[in-house]
Design a protein around this ligand. Structure first.
Ligand code: MG
Length: 429
C-alpha cells in the first residue's frame, strides 16, 4: 500500500512580490520548496511524493528529474488542473491515500500530516482547519456594513487527504476552478472530516509572510539531541592498546571481543544514545564471531551514518579517558585527528582528554581503562541543497540507480550510506 503526497508548485505567486516564483525563493537559508519537501520526506507513512512543476521552470525539471521517491507532473492553467495532472501522474503507482499540499506551506508539522493520514483510515476525506476566532465583518468602501456569524466557520489548510481513486474521479469530473480540493471532493459527494490545523501552518502569500515562516522554521532548525556513553575494558597481556583509533605501545593490551577501543565504543554509544537507538551491543552483538578483533571504526561509522539517515549530523564530541597509565596527553591530538576523520568533523569539534581516578577503583588500581563521552546531534535540513557538490552527487546517484542500488553518497562521511526510499543529502552547512 502506497501513500503519496502531491505537492503543487506550479504557481507563479505574483502576490508574494517581485522576483522568482515564491516556491524557489530563499527562506531561512534555503529555498521555500526544500523546506516543504523535507516535511513530507521525513514524514512516516508517506512513501512517494508527486511534485507538480510549472512547464517554464526548466532548471527545476532538470534538478528533480529521476530522484528516488519523486514523481514529476506538469502544472495546468489553474490549481485544480495542476492537481489533476499530479493525480494522473500517480495513477501508475498503486496509491491508496493521497495528501494534496500547497508548496507555499513550508511549516506544516509532522503531526498534521500524521493526523490527516490517520483520519483517512476511517473517512473518505480529511483536512486541517482552524476555527475562526476573530469577529467577522462584511464591508464596502472601508465601512462595516454587517457582521457574520463565525461559530461554524473554519479557515482551511493543507494537506488535504483523500482516498486516491475517489479524489481522482472527483477531479476528472470537475470543471472550472475550485478554491481547494475539499471543494472538488464535496462537489463529487465525498465527505470530508476536519482535523485540527495549526496557526504555524501558514500559507506564504504576501512578502511579509516570509519573515513569519522564517522565524518558525529557524526554531525547528535548532533542534538538537544530546547523548552520553560509557565503556570500560580490562587490561590483559599484550604490547599495545588501541585507543580512539590509534595504536599506543604499552606493556599491556586491552581485553575485548573487537579491538577493545574503549574510547571509540563509548563515543559510538553516545551517538546511539542521542538517537535513542539502543547501544553498540544491540547493533554489533559480541556473540557474533564476525566482530571478533574488528576495527572499532566500523561501529563508529555505522552510528554516524545512522544519524545521517535519521536527519542529524554531529555538532561536537567530547571523550574523557580514565586511567592511571598510559599517559594520554602526548597522544590526544592524534586521537582527535583520527576521530574527526572517521566522524567527518573538524578537529576543533572533537575533544579527547584524560584523568586518573586518584588511584581509586579499578582504574586507580591499573586494572583497566574507562571512557566517558558526550555528543550533540544537530538536525540537518539540507536535503536538495543547490550547489556544485549536489549536482555531482546527483550524477553519481543516477548512475547507481541504473545499477539498481539504493545508496546515497555522503561526502560528509566520505562514503556511501544506504537510503530508505529517499536520498538524504547531508552536506555540512
Ligand atoms: Mg567496549
Amino acid at each position: 500500500m502506497t501513500n503519496a503526497a502531491l505537492i503543487v508548485a506550479a504557481g507563479r505567486g505574483t502576490r508574494a512580490g517581485r522576483g522568482a516564483p515564491k516556491q524557489w525563493r530563499r527562506l531561512a537559508g534555503r529555498r521555500l520548496a526544500d523546506w516543504t519537501l523535507d516535511r513530507f520526506r521525513m514524514a512516516p507513512g508517506i512513501d512517494l511524493i508527486c511534485l507538480v512543476l510549472n512547464p517554464d521552470d526548466a532548471e527545476q525539471w532538470r534538478e528533480f528529474d529521476g530522484l528516488d521517491g519523486l514523481v514529476l507532473a506538469i502544472g495546468g492553467a489553474n490549481r485544480a488542473a495542476s492537481v489533476r495532472s499530479g493525480l494522473q501522474a500517480l495513477q501508475a503507482h498503486g496509491v491508496k491515500k493521497v495528501l494534496i499540499h500547497d508548496m507555499a506551506r513550508p511549516c506544516v508539522s509532522g503531526d498534521i500530516i500524521a493526523e490527516v493520514l490517520t483520519a483517512l483510515d476511517s473517512h473518505p476525506g480529511a483536512a486541517p482547519g482552524l476555527p475562526v476566532t476573530d469577529a467577522l465583518w462584511v464591508g464596502a468602501n472601508a465601512r462595516v456594513t454587517g457582521t457574520q456569524q463565525r461559530s461554524a466557520l473554519y479557515t482551511a489548510q493543507t494537506p488535504q487527504g483523500f482516498q486516491f481513486e475517489q479524489i481522482l474521479g472527483a477531479h476528472l469530473a470537475h470543471t472550472g476552478a475550485a478554491a481547494d480540493d475539499v471543494e472538488v471532493a464535496r462537489t463529487a459527494g465525498i465527505d470530508v472530516t476536519i482535523v485540527p490545523g495549526h496557526p504555524d501552518n501558514l500559507k506564504i502569500t504576501q512578502p511579509e509572510d516570509f519573515d513569519r515562516a522564517s522565524r518558525i522554521l529557524r526554531q525547528d532548525h535548532m533542534h538538537t539531541r544530546i547523548g552520553n556513553g560509557f565503556d570500560a575494558h580490562r587490561f590483559q597481556e599484550g604490547d599495545h592498546i588501541i585507543l580512539c583509533g590509534i595504536s599506543i605501545p604499552h606493556s599491556l593490551g586491552l581485553q575485548g571481543h573487537s579491538d577493545a577501543d574503549v574510547g571509540m565504543h563509548a563515543l559510538t554509544d553516545a551517538i546511539y544514545g542521542a538517537l535513542a537507538r539502543g547501544d553498540i551491543g544491540q547493533h554489533f552483538p559480541p556473540s557474533d564471531p564476525q566482530w571478533k578483533g574488528a576495527d572499532s571504526q566500523i561501529f563508529l561509522r555505522h552510528a554516524v551514518a545512522l544519524a545521517a539517515e535519521m536527519g542529524y549530523r554531529l555538532g561536537n564530541a567530547d571523550c574523557t579517558l580514565i586511567c592511571e597509565f598510559p599517559k594520554i596527553g602526548p597522544h590526544a591530538d592524534r586521537m582527535r585527528t583520527r576521530l574527526a576523520e572517521i566522524m567527518g568533523l573538524d578537529i576543533d569539534q572533537v575533544s579527547v582528554k584524560a584523568t586518573t581516578s586518584e588511584q581509586l577503583g579499578f582504574t586507580g588500581r591499573g586494572e583497566g581503562i574507562a571512557a566517558l563521552t558526550s555528543v550533540t546531534l544537530l538536525r540537518v535540513w539540507s536535503a536538495l541543497q543547490p550547489g556544485l557538490q549536489r549536482s555531482a552527487a546527483l550524477v553519481i546517484c543516477a548512475r547507481l540507480r541504473v545499477l539498481g542500488a539504493r545508496w546515497s553518497p555522503c561526502p560528509w562521511l566520505g562514503c556511501f550510506i544506504p537510503s530508505a526510499g529517499f536520498h538524504y543529502w547531508c552536506w555540512p552547512r
